[in-house]
Design a protein around this ligand. Structure first.
Ligand code: SAM
Length: 238
């Protein structure tokens, strides 16, 4: 069953006219007519039946879907700017794993630098990746993504628990799962290909971030991000 997000409120028994992009996907790509789809608006989901109506594709809203596909723990992923395709992979996987908010940041050892002149187009592309991933996995919400922030702004995105994934935290360091029992929100920070500088690690500790280990191996940044989100997502199922 395909899912689409609506910008307008949805009401049982009423019709929703798919947007141009949604209609193209439903009619021309998925060749649907008469099929059922899932429509979501602000964390409420409905089942609807599609019909072609002239050049429009119209969904008649028939039943509310009370399945809750959002995670109970509000997870913020602060992700260092890494190579484009890897950063975009993190956006897609973090969405599937239930992340609520993504904060891209630049830090001292980032290989990729921010290109302000491309910021608007990049943000639009990132948002499209999040919408498509949320649509595919039937989420009731699309994760929020901020603009690229400097490392020292991360203090503005703290949660109930704040964790920094640090490969040199040592074998006695705590694990993500040691910190997330019974909490409602967490912020997890993952560094760039070049890792965190010594000063950045000190800054994180001074600002209440616990350095956690993801094990003895040095993971790629995208692996670390996906792994961290998966640990939190799985705990949210218990
Ligand atoms: N400094 C690393 C090195 O020596 O190659 C490179 C950083 S690693 C490629 C990218 C990021 O992934 C790190 O900044 C950290 O946030 C996270 N990471 C990788 N392996 C980790 C581990 N074993 N434990 C905790 N975090 C890890």
């Amino acid at each position: 069953m395909q899912q689409y997000f609506s910008e307008v409120e949805l009401r049982l028994g009423s019709d929703y006219v798919l947007t141009k992009e949604q209609a193209h996907h439903a009619r021309d790509v998925m060749r649907m007519d008469g099929d059922k789809i899932r429509l979501v608006h602000e964390d409420r989901a409905f089942f609807a039946s599609l019909r072609m109506d002239g050049g429009m594709v119209v969904a008649h809203i028939e039943e509310e879907d009370f399945r809750q596909t959002e995670a109970s723990l509000q997870l913020t992923l602060a992700m260092a700017l890494i190579r484009r395709e890897k950063f975009e992979l993190v956006l897609q996987k973090a969405t599937e794993l239930g992340v609520n908010r993504i904060i891209p940041f630049v830090s001292q050892h980032c290989v990729v630098q921010e290109k302000k002149e491309k910021a608007a187009r990049q943000m639009e592309r990132w948002h499209q990746i999040l919408v498509e991933a949320a649509r595919q996995c039937k989420r009731n919400k699309v994760p929020l993504i901020s603009g690229i922030v400097p490392f020292t702004d991360l203090g503005e995105y703290c949660s109930m628990v704040n964790l920094a994934c640090y490969e040199n935290a040592g074998s006695m360091a705590s694990l993500i799962s040691d910190h997330i029992d019974g909490i409602s929100s967490a912020t997890v920070v993952v560094g760039p290909e070049g890792g965190f500088s010594f000063n950045e690690v000190e800054w994180l500790k001074e600002h209440g971030f616990a350095c956690v280990t993801l094990g003895p191996r040095i993971l790629r940044a995208e692996t670390a991000a996906i792994y961290a989100c998966a640990i939190v997502a799985e705990r949210g199922l218990q």
